[in-house]
Design a binder for this molecule. Structure first.
Ligand SMILES: NC(=O)c1ccc[n+]([C@@H]2O[C@H](COP(=O)([O-])OP(=O)(O)OC[C@H]3O[C@@H](n4cnc5c(N)ncnc54)[C@H](O)[C@@H]3O)[C@@H](O)[C@H]2O)c1
Length: 352
């Protein structure tokens, strides 16, 4: 499978894993000449270019979009029109019109769209999802999801302080898919309405809390941004309360953070005895070698992309849930602008 990659910071990391899972990385693109030159050493055989349009005519089977957060959809549209399968980083779109355009383009393309949301595939999220699917916690009532960095004020300012960079220009709610996509995957729901709050009005860009009403009737509470107490499971923490029990990531340091606590009260437990246990996700291997916990989501994501392109497997996270998760960020921004009033997430149509 011949792939190209656009955007060579996160994209170079993805390119390295693309090669490890067996794809041929044949073209790399970055408009920054230093980033481009830096990629030459690792991928001497790949064609390098500063113009992503050059990748449209290189006979690619797939393209990985890891350029600016708020600029993926135009590239996805162009590659889909050329029949090139797309794996796109978040966000999928920056608003409803762009999201609809993307869905229409996927529906009329011979190629597929996959969302590169590795947080859905992190070990703790997979373990919780399996338990929910097996009915262990009953019907899901409340989901909480965190994506939090405990960086110093200086490091945060350096990261998001430049309005010319996408990290500085996107809204505080935009970077929400690392929390919202796992919520949608675990509940098999769609977001219906969003209410967003700044965590701290003295520093409103730092972190937001959103409540998301889901189509199943459950409520999700998501927290993302820069707050103290970051989880060691790649900054991600997930908790699911169902009508018959709880499954949530362990709030502990290091490796513990990938584990999941299950709690079932005596009245709901088989045998009538309260069950409170910690489960460790099974390890993942690639060609017989263990994969680092933090990379498991990326490996599974890229293997799934390969299966989609080579064997016609369904995309793991297709376009509609990708757009829906991204629209939570835009609805959240509107809620923040309106004093935290609830904002409806636009309906993506019957077949969503
Ligand atoms: N899933 C994850 O764990 C994860 C982690 C980090 C970043 N990301 C995502 O990856 C994307 C990139 O993030 P980043 O941290 O690497 O950002 P970055 O700004 O550090 O790097 C983006 C790169 O893309 C290049 N670029 C931007 N527009 C381009 C264009 N039109 N043509 C050619 N090159 C272009 C830039 O020059 C830059 O080198 C974002 O969408 C981000 O959300 C995901």
């Amino acid at each position: 499978m011949r792939v190209g990659v656009v955007g060579l910071r996160m994209g170079l990391h993805l390119a390295t894993w693309c090669r490890r899972v067996g794809m041929d990385v044949v073209a790399l693109c970055d408009r920054d000449t230093e980033r481009l030159a830096g990629a030459r050493e690792r991928f001497p055989e790949a064609a390098l270019t500063g113009r992503w349009q050059d990748l449209l005519t290189r006979g690619l089977d797939g393209v990985v979009l890891a350029n600016d957060f708020d600029a993926h959809a135009p590239l996805a549209l162009a590659f889909l029109a050329k029949g090139v399968h797309v794996l796109s980083e978040a966000a999928a779109c920056t608003g409803y019109e762009e999201g609809r355009q993307l869905i229409t383009a996927v529906e009329s393309s011979s190629a597929t769209y996959s969302f590169a949301e590795n947080y859905v595939l992190h070990p703790h999220v997979r373990l919780i999802r399996e338990a929910v699917d097996a009915g262990e916690v009953g019907r899901v009532s409340l989901v909480e999801a965190d994506y939090l960095h405990g960086m110093s004020p200086e490091a945060v300012a350096a990261l998001i302080g430049d309005p010319a960079h996408w990290r500085g220009r996107i809204t505080a709610t935009a970077y929400c898919t690392h929390t919202v996509s796992p919520v949608l995957a675990v509940t098999d729901a769609w977001p219906v309405e969003v209410t967003a709050f700044s965590a701290d009005e003295a520093d409103p860009r730092a972190a937001v809390v959103m409540t998301v009403r889901l189509s199943t009737g459950a409520l999700a509470v998501t927290r993302h941004g820069f707050l103290q107490g970051e989880p060691d499971s790649h900054w991600s923490w997930l908790s699911v309360r169902g009508t018959r029990g709880l499954a949530e990531s362990v709030r502990g340091p290091g490796e513990q953070a990938w584990s999941v606590r299950f709690r079932t009260e005596a009245w709901a437990a088989p045998g009538g005895v309260t069950r409170d246990e910690i489960r460790v996700p099974p390890p993942l291997t690639l060609r017989g070698q263990p994969v680092e916990r933090v990379a498991e989501g990326t490996v599974l994501l890229l293997q799934a992309f390969r299966a989609t392109v080579e064997r016609g497997a369904s995309p793991l996270i297709p376009v509609r849930p990708a757009v829906a998760a991204s629209l939570v960020g835009t609805a959240g921004a509107e809620s923040l602008r309106n004093g935290s009033l609830p904002v409806a997430v636009p309906d993506l149509g019957d077949s969503r």
